[in-house]
Design a protein around this ligand. Structure first.
Ligand code: SAM
Length: 329
């Protein structure tokens, strides 16, 4: 087991397959992009699968989510998913993507055994998309969503970040769009994880504000709180259900006490929290010949020292030096 000193057990592994992305969402990256990790520093597909196998077979990982950067940019993605879903015991395998290219890949991913997909969609307006993501790709994202649904991946979840003065008027239209297509929408509070350090608390659209906007148009009732478990989203039934909407108050309603996540960066570092300032280097260990037992021990030690909370509210809070795209969202 991967247990920390507060008794929390990490069972949900987030694996970043690349730090590269084909969008430049302003809450994540500057318009000019970032200096990408050099290729030799990235884990190979075999190294990723070796670590995921150790996680699943030796350390109690039951969920594996591939993310990035943009995971669809990783050419070996379908192969990595195939090899992950073949593990025993089979973990739940999911993908977080911006959806660009998903129209081409959704069927192969579903055939490879992918269980679920989350697609990021912050706006339905082409001009707003261009302003927010610095690329004219809204149509590709919407086509990717449709293909995921058509391939039978369920539920198709949508992640949206609202930004004041940019897309915060779209809470209701986004929910309508998702309800009409059986996508499950989750709003995520904007976190201080952008490379440009442009996050300002006063610009963040809080979970409370999101709910006020949604409640002006829809009847929302608390879905069973027991069901929430370690899931970050507070779920609400829309118009009595069964459709649901989620709100992830990462900043104003932190859920660190129930956190069951651990992250593996594209260059093979274990991070016990999105906001951790330390990492544990499994890539160097692997490349210098570490045995599976040694990797298990390093990984356990990295999780053991997880802090009680992300500390965004602490006056001494320091934004991690790596942006979200490099950590794996
Ligand atoms: N490229 C993929 C995507 O767009 O979903 C996967 C990586 S992205 C970093 C994963 C998720 O993190 C996306 O839903 C994105 O909206 C979210 N995200 C990125 N930066 C964020 C921030 N500063 N605050 C909250 N969510 C953020």
């Amino acid at each position: 087991m991967l247990q920390d000193s507060f008794g929390r057990v990490a069972t949900d592994l987030r694996v970043s397959l690349t730090d590269r992305c084909n969008l430049r969402c302003s809450y994540c990256m500057p318009p000019e992009g970032l200096e990408w990790l050099p290729n030799p520093e990235l884990l190979t597909a075999d190294e990723i699968v070796r670590l995921v196998t150790i996680g699943v077979e030796r350390l109690g990982i039951t969920e594996v989510r591939y993310t990035g950067g943009e995971p669809l940019l990783r050419r070996e993605l379908v192969d990595i998913v195939t090899r992950t879903t073949a593990l025993g015991p089979t973990p739940q395998v999911s993908l977080t993507t911006n959806g660009i290219g998903l129209s081409r890949l959704a069927a192969s991913l579903a055939a490879a055994g992918l269980h679920r997909v989350n697609v990021s969609l912050d706006t339905l307006d082409r001009e707003t998309f261009k302003k927010l993501a610095h690329r004219d790709r809204l149509a590709d994202v919407l086509a990717g969503l449709e293909a995921a649904h058509a391939s039978g991946l369920r539920p198709v979840k949508v992640n949206a970040v609202l930004m004041r003065g940019i897309n915060d008027h779209e809470a209701v239209p986004l929910l309508r769009y998702c309800l009409e297509r059986e996508y499950e929408l989750r709003f995520i509070e904007q976190m201080p994880l952008d490379a440009q350090h442009g996050w300002r608390r006063e610009n963040m659209i809080t979970a409370d504000e999101i709910l006020v906007r949604l409640q002006a148009a829809f009847d929302l009732t608390d879905a069973d709180p027991v069901e929430r478990g370690s899931a970050p989203a507070e779920l609400f039934l829309v118009e009595g259900g069964p459709a649901r909407v989620g709100v992830i108050g990462s900043v104003t309603r932190p859920f660190c006490g129930a956190c069951d996540r651990v992250r593996l960066t594209a260059d093979g570092q274990i991070r016990n929290c999105l906001f951790a300032t330390d990492e544990s280097d499994l890539r160097s260990a692997m490349r210098s010949g570490a045995s599976d037992d040694e990797i298990v021990e390093r990984w356990r030690s990295a999780v053991r020292i997880k802090k009680a909370g992300h500390g965004i509210d602490d006056p001494t809070f320091l934004q991690p030096s790596r942006p979200m795209s490099a950590i794996g969202g």
